[in-house]
Design a protein around this ligand. Sequence first.
Ligand SMILES: Cc1cc2nc3c(=O)[nH]c(=O)nc-3n(C[C@H](O)[C@H](O)[C@H](O)COP(=O)(O)OP(=O)(O)OC[C@H]3O[C@@H](n4cnc5c(N)ncnc54)[C@H](O)[C@@H]3O)c2cc1C
Length: 337
Amino acid sequence: MAGKLLVYVEVLEGTPAEHSLELLGKAKELATKAGLGVGAILVGHGVRRVAEEVVYRGAEEVHVVDDPRLATYSVLPYTDAAAEVIRNVGPEIVLFSATTTGRELAPRIAARLRTGITADCTDVDIGDWVDPATGRRYERVLYQLRPTFGGEIMAAIVTPWHRPQMATVRPGLFPVPPRDPSRTGRVVEWSAEIEESSLEAAEVIEVRRETRKVDLRSARIIVAGGRGCGAKGFELVRELAKALNAEVGASRAAVDAGLIPYDHQVGLTGQTVKPEVYIAVGISGAIQHVVGMKDSKVVIAVNRDPEAPIFRVADYGIVGDLFAVLPKLIERLGKRR
Ligand SMILES: Cc1cc2nc3c(=O)[nH]c(=O)nc-3n(C[C@H](O)[C@H](O)[C@H](O)COP(=O)(O)OP(=O)(O)OC[C@H]3O[C@@H](n4cnc5c(N)ncnc54)[C@H](O)[C@@H]3O)c2cc1C
């Protein structure tokens, strides 16, 4: 093996988080491509018992820090514990989900290890990279892909001179790998190297869990409305969604206009979705919206402007006024029932 690719696996209520497993699946794909071993890091209390589950999902080795002092997540003790394991294992690459925890933890660990990090990637790849200044070739370079300059361009960011290469990657982009209980792997237990000052820095008084009210990521059909809908158009969007048993999505402009809460926003600063069918109504198709829905299986767009960029990503386009088109669709669906 040329080295290791590790994934930081978050544990939620005694099970590995789905977004971490998605990332593990992607990590395995990259590791195979580059001839790397794929492993996981588990930090917390009571996490040792999920190590096998992580193996069943594809990890060849799992590094575990299980300590009662880590029973409640707190960024500094977790940084101490995870950074020490990573320093000792010496991987080529470490990936985190771009969740609240991942976004908070990963940059601190990167700073401790004196390496770079790219936040909120929408994809990752691996390959050789040639330094244009020197002509020198670097192997097993992580391509950290993400929109930049407000989404105007896609950047491929590389960290050729430092190890590990680190990135946080958006949840919801990759499929969860299948569970195979016949897989075997090595579990390595580490003692937690935690500074007293890290434990004293914050006292967690209470943990409150809030479940997302709108689950767009697992929706089969999404009807999304944009600024073009206005309040009246959104009533039709909701009606169409109801007729199709679909979730309601939205553009940021619709959210900013107060037409619908942020929980429904799709795009760069909202959720990334990939339903079977995505119906975009009164949405122009700005790149910041498109990055969040472009992997939908079938995209249908309703827009009165035939030049609207949304038609470039749509499989089916209806050029017309939504106030004429949507009532007809709703009526037709009603009749079919
Ligand atoms: C850093 C950054 C992050 C961003 N993040 C996001 C994000 O996560 N998600 C997101 O969506 N945007 C995001 N944006 C904003 C994005 O650039 C666009 O401004 C936004 O997507 C536009 O929303 P819209 O398509 O609803 O509105 P508009 O661009 O105003 O489009 C409205 C469309 O409705 C059509 N229309 C109007 N009336 C009718 C009608 N009666 N019938 C049919 N069609 C009609 C028009 O032809 C037009 O195409 C971000 C921007 C930046 C800079």
